[in-house]
Design a binder for this molecule. Structure first.
Ligand code: CYC
Length: 161
């Protein structure tokens, strides 16, 4: 897993250089946003189950996926879907804190598309649910932190498409 600091340091190290001006600017912006990131993560972790519930209500409940024949039908599959949504929220929050998406590649996206395809999990519908979670999260943490979380929700969606 990488974060905003190791990303900048690694890029300089490959060149055998001290951090240049643009590397320092990246670090400064990251440090400046530190409090915003920690505050957002605190709010999200205190409200995680509500965020998931609202996102599911907005995007999945009473649609074809929850009816007989749908991928969320039966409580076992419904529970697996809710659990997946919670994984996405938790890992997007980690990535937002780190300021880097690499944790999503390593621990969430690696092999996920193949798993979903083999289980018939509808990816288009899942992407809509993650987008709904992006909106619910933004309304809770505010526009600036919401935008930052949005980067990682979008990263998950494009990693599955
Ligand atoms: C921490 C990283 C991580 C992720 C991301 C993860 C995802 C994940 N979701 C799975 C299943 C599943 N995922 C869903 C999800 C959905 N179905 C829908 O129609 C909705 C659109 C959607 C919810 C938004 C469902 C229903 C299953 C069970 C499918 C089945 O067994 O038939 C499975 C197969 C094994 C299992 O059932 O547990 C994995 C590995 N596991 C992990 O360890």
């Amino acid at each position: 897993m990488q974060d905003a600091i190791t990303a900048v340091i690694n890029a300089s190290d490959v060149q055998g250089q001290y951090l240049d001006g643009s590397a320092m600017d990246k670090l400064k912006n990251y440090f400046k946003s530190g409090e915003l990131r920690v505050r957002a993560a605190t709010t999200i972790s205190a409200n995680a189950s509500t965020i998931v519930k609202e996102a599911v209500a907005k995007s999945l409940l009473y649609t074809d996926v929850t009816r007989p024949g749908g991928n969320m039908y039966t409580t076992r599959r419904y529970a697996a879907c809710i659990r997946d949504m919670d994984y996405f929220l938790r890992y997007a929050t980690y990535a937002m804190l780190a300021g880097d998406p690499s944790i999503l590649d390593e621990r969430v996206l690696n092999g996920l598309k193949e798993t979903y395809n083999s289980l018939g999990v509808p990816i288009g519908t899942l992407v809509k649910a993650v987008q709904a979670m992006k909106e619910v999260t933004a309304s809770l943490v505010g526009a600036d932190a919401g935008k930052e979380m949005g980067v990682y929700f979008d990263y998950i969606c494009s990693g599955l498409s």
